[in-house]
Design a protein around this ligand. Structure first.
Ligand code: PLP
Length: 813
């Protein structure tokens, strides 16, 4: 699309006027609103036309159900996808407005924890850009992922008040609200034919109000929809109680309803087990399915056998899996279908993505809680389980152990992953290694029972946000060399390979990388008051804080390097800046201790004149999408050092790759495929393999004291956790020490093999140090990573979902 600058200018002025202000008086926020609304006017027409086209062409549509959408900011991304960013920028310049300042007015839509939520956001971008009819459904959390501050080295959480200002990029659609019921009693009535009908009495009724965000395809007219539900009480507050001066009683019902969409649970890959969480899940799932059914019926009437021809629903992890019994409820109780008719419809509609093999992340709900909150849904799950067990008994008549292990309801719990597999026609892992681990280990029995359901869909990221928008300088160079087709077909980047030995081009790339490092250095100076040297190697680990991701391995290595420098200040090393960014789940004690350790080490090192500024450590607080956009383009080295077999895929690794940062990493998740594409010689691989980890686990013979006593320098690093080197309070890192050396909370010592991989990691870091001295040689490695990153576009991933799971087709508007 292109705009007439005068028209756009007038539109901005009009929106300022409607807001009761003028160009001269407007605050930056008012300017942000006016410019956004001017752009929204352009979006609206395409949005409506998209709906009409999908409707008139009668196409099958996919719905991505996810409890999380980590969208980040909409403003620049939407202008990029509308292909009007440059024109808008110029228009604003004419009005003496700096677009960067406008952009910074927007809070991130941080409606997700990390990788899983960001994947959902990248998928939406790809769906729209590929002109595929696919939409998102989720929750409009009033408070998204908490705001992290570092106080005295510790993480402190503050509420994320992203909705304090009205969001110009969303549209409330109150007239499409639906009701969701919780609790109450199920009443069974038999009709004259003896058929049973189910009715609910004395249930708590909550209103789900939809808010739509436009998902704008790049350079196409398609505008898909992310529909987020907000919970409200059905009939406001209790005026009677209020009049009787019972204030708390008067608002109780209202508060209880609004609680449902109040706040995102800040647990990444972990359980919450809380009733409110189950309420959230059922709330958005029920609202979404009612919405989908309403649209289907308006178009196709009551022939529900056609539902799978027009509707595909993807379950993003187990969080929305209650959708399976909910659709059964709608088909049985509302539409009066027989079970035998409804069930195959259901399984054809649903498919399920598994995101993790961490045992603690396999969602289960206590029967009592589930039954009380969702009595009718429980009956349906019970029936699904009964029929499934019959199937199992037929197939394995005497294998009682298997029946017990695979039962959807057992040990007093409802196992959501099992329900997902039984109720879906496709089950996928998110990287090749992950899918193999699912098939051969974690879900072995399930793979034997339903081999045809299992698929791999290696994750990807959208190059529109993670390269075009966040690194315009590199984008421009790429486009200059190979044209701009890469923006919608990342495999085009392969054409860059022929410049891998072109000194002139590599020098241009080096200069761009330096510019991005300067920009980041300025941001860090402005926000944290810390100076970092853009000529040093930027070594970056940014992701959720989790023991399996092993930020601890990174910081222990930094301590070792520091010790070496202290012993020998003239040690010849490449100057390095170690950059960390990570939020810890609020209740995850060890993760918070590791954040404290990183900050304590940073203070010690950054203030020690002995080491002559050769290394610095920076913890960037409140890591989120908008900060990620500054960090990935500025990185020289990508830290992907999880214990092999634990990281399902990773997507941060891909964002580094497309911005020209080689990986130091284990053979884990999608790292395996990154190395396959870019060459092991262009990355720095170390450590145990997933198979070796499994073998070590099973023998139980691993003893970290062997590493402690035999790896040079390691003993000293460990002792420093206890001797007050990094904190006057000597007890503060004892628990970290103990978890490594003795095991904690019933776990084996060093269960994530930090000490075991230490020597290997340090050796890989030495290789990095050596390679980085050769500036052009390093640039070539980085360049070859970029040139071979084509596979890691979410466009590729989404095309595979579209072809191999959903069967949806490109639909041009
Ligand atoms: C990409 C991304 C993640 C996922 O990072 P991993 O390294 O794959 O765990 C998490 N948070 C944000 C803000 C991201 O942009």
């Amino acid at each position: 699309m292109s705009i007439k600058k005068d028209d756009f200018k007038n539109s901005i002025l009009k929106h300022l006027k409607l807001a009761g202000t003028t160009l001269k008086d407007a605050t930056k926020r008012e300017l942000f609103d006016a410019v956004s609304k001017a752009a929204m006017e352009l979006v609206m027409e395409n949005w409506r036309e998209t709906k009409e086209t999908y409707d008139s062409k009668n196409v099958k549509q996919a719905y991505y159900l996810s409890a999380e959408f980590l969208m980040g900011r909409a403003f620049s991304n939407n202008l990029v996808n509308l292909t009007i960013l440059d024109e808008v920028k110029e228009t604003l310049e004419d009005l003496n407005i700096n677009i960067n300042e406008i952009e910074d007015q927007e809070e991130d839509a941080g409606l997700g924890n990390g990788g899983l939520g960001r994947l959902a956001a990248c998928f939406l971008d790809s769906l729209a850009t590929l002109e595929l009819p696919g939409h998102g459904y989720g929750i409009r959390y009033k408070y998204g992922m908490f705001k992290q501050k570092i106080e005295n080295g510790f993480q402190v959480e503050y509420p994320d008040r992203w909705l304090d200002y009205e969001d110009p990029w969303e549209v409330e659609r109150r007239s499409e609200a639906v009701k969701v019921k919780f609790g109450g009693e199920v009443i069974v009535v038999k009709d004259a034919d003896g058929r049973e009908h189910f009715r609910r009495e004395s249930a708590e009724v909550v209103t789900a109000v939809p808010y739509d965000m436009p998902i704008i395809g790049y350079g196409v007219k398609n505008v898909n929809t992310l529909r987020l539900w907000q919970a409200e009480s059905e009939d406001g507050f209790d005026l009677q109680a209020f009049n009787d001066q019972h204030y708390n009683t008067a608002v109780k019902k209202q508060t209880q309803a609004e609680d449902i969409s109040r706040v995102l649970y800040p647990n990444d890959s972990g359980p919450s087990g809380k009733e409110l969480r189950l309420r959230q899940q059922y709330f958005f799932v029920s609202a979404s399915l009612q919405d989908i059914m309403k649209k289907f019926k308006a178009k196709h009437g009551n022939d529900f056998s056609k539902l799978p021809e027009y509707v595909a629903i993807q379950l993003n992890d187990t969080h929305p899996v209650v959708a399976i019994p909910e659709l059964m409820r709608l088909l049985l109780d509302w539409e009066k279908l027989e079970w035998e008719v409804a069930w195959p419809i259901c399984t054809k509609v649903f498919s399920y993505t598994n995101h993790t093999i961490l045992a603690e992340a396999l969602e289960k709900w206590p029967i009592d809680l589930f039954k009380k909150l969702l009595p009718r849904i429980y009956q349906i799950v019970d029936e699904i389980n009964r029929r499934f067990l019959l199937e199992l008994r037929e197939k394995y008549p005497t294998d009682w152990q298997k029946h017990q292990k695979m039962a959807i309801i057992g040990d007093g719990m409802i196992k959501m992953a099992w329900l997902a597999i039984v109720g879906s026609h496709a089950v996928n892992g998110v990287a090749a290694l992950h899918t193999e681990i699912l098939k051969n280990q974690e879900l072995k029995e399930w793979y034997e029972l339903y081999p045809e359901k299992f698929q791999n869909k290696t994750n990807g990221v959208t190059q529109r946000r993670w390269l075009l928008k966040s690194n315009p300088e590199l984008s421009e160079l790429i486009t200059k060399l190979i044209g701009d087709k890469w923006i919608t077909d990342l495999s085009e980047l392969k054409k860059l390979e022929k410049y891998a030995d072109d000194e002139k081009i590599l020098k241009e790339f080096i200069k761009i990388k330096h510019t991005k490092k300067e920009q980041l250095a300025k941001y860090i100076l402005d926000t944290l008051g810390i100076y970092i040297n853009p000529d040093s190697l930027f070594d970056v680990q940014i992701k959720r804080l989790h023991e399996y991701k092993r930020q601890l391995l990174n910081i222990l290595h930094v301590i070792d390097l520091y010790n070496n420098l202290k012993a020998n200040p003239d040690l010849d090393i490449v100057p390095r800046t170690f950059i960390f960014g990570a939020k810890a789940a609020s209740g995850y004690k060890r993760a918070k201790q590791i954040i404290k350790l990183i900050n304590a080490v940073a203070i010690k090192i950054n203030n020690d004149p002995d080491i002559k500024g050769k290394i610095r450590v920076v913890f960037v607080p409140n890591y989120r999408v908008s900060v990620a956009e500054k960090l990935f383009p500025a990185a020289n080295l990508s830290e992907q050092i999880s214990t092999a077999g634990k990281e399902a895929s990773g997507t941060g690794n891909m964002k580094f790759m497309i911005n020209g940062a080689p990986t130091i990493g284990t053979m884990d998740g999608a790292n395996v495929e990154i190395v396959e594409e870019a060459g092991i010689e262009n990355n720095f691989i170390f450590g145990l393999t997933a198979e070796e980890v499994v073998a070590l686990n099973s023998t139980g013979e691993y003893n970290p004291w062997n590493e402690y006593n035999s790896v040079p320098g390691l003993k000293k690093v460990m002792e420093q956790l206890l001797d007050g080197t990094f904190s006057d309070d000597r007890s503060i890192f004892t628990e970290i020490y103990n978890s490594l050396m003795y095991g904690a909370d019933g776990n084996r010592p060093d269960q994530y093999y930090v000490l075991k991989d230490f020597a290997s990691y340090r050796e890989a870091q030495l290789r990095v140090d050596k390679a980085f001295r050769d500036e052009l040689g390093w640039a070539k490695k980085a360049w070859l990573n970029i040139a071979n990153s084509g596979k890691f576009s979410s466009d590729r991933t989404i095309q595979q979902y579209a072809d191999e799971i959903w069967d949806i087709k490109k639909t041009t508007v």
